[in-house]
Write a protein that binds this ligand. Structure first.
Ligand code: PAN
Ligand code: ZN
Length: 191
């Protein structure tokens, strides 16, 4: 039988803290290459290097059937017309799916099928769950005015592959248009 601290965990849906688990913190400078509007990104960096998001995760290195999970917090903000976002990744073990649960704030996820390149933008809010199938690159954005927090649950062996995304980026881009998050094609976006 597992120890109680491996069975029961306590999280704070407003701060994204997971008791006893350190958080990985990503600042604006860590997100080089993610934003399409390079000029807006560079001028934001000249003004400072704010925290964009943090993730606290529990990833047991156990057997095939185990699950890992993480809580993310994305600080509200924009770079040009693009919202604060995560780096985004594919799972190293490609078949691994993931469930996202919105805890607080207002977000969207960008999903991209690795085989076809087809993109979809999906809302991520409290009381809503987003199923990210395997073989699908995923990135999360805060499109609201307050911190976005969410819980992601995935097979423990999923792993993260950031390399593929860092090389070619997502084909889609979520920008604010008329006050709304809007999915556009990165190749045809003119900031
Ligand atoms: C999430 C992500 C979290 C941060 O827990 O790791 O949203 O995004 P990046 O990992 O892209 O920086 C998850 O999808 N885990 O698999
Ligand atoms: Zn993931």
């Amino acid at each position: 039988m597992l120890a109680i601290d491996e069975i029961l965990s306590r999280y704070d849906p407003s701060t994204g803290a997971l008791d006893g688990k350190p958080a990985v913190r990503r600042h604006l400078a860590d997100l080089r290459g993610c934003f399409a509007d390079v000029r807006a990104y560079e001028s934001a960096l000249e003004r400072g290097n704010p925290l964009v998001y943090s993730v606290a995760a529990v990833e047991p290195a156990r057997g095939e059937g185990d699950l890992g999970y993480g809580i993310g917090l994305i600080v509200p903000g924009k770079v040009g017309r693009e919202y604060h976002m995560t780096k985004g990744h594919l799972h190293a073990w490609r078949p691994a799916a993931e469930f996202y649960f919105g805890l607080s704030g207002e977000g969207v996820m960008l999903l991209e099928d690795e085989a076809t390149g087809a993109s979809r933008m999906v809302r991520l809010r409290p009381h809503e769950a987003v199923y990210v199938p395997g073989h699908t690159a995923h990135r999360t954005m805060n499109v609201g005015a307050v911190p976005l927090t969410y819980l992601g649950v995935y097979p423990a062996r999923a792993g993260h592959d950031y390399g593929a995304i860092a090389e070619r980026n997502f084909r889609g881009l979520v920008v604010e248009s008329g006050g709304q998050p809007t999915l556009v094609d990165r190749a045809s976006f003119i900031p």
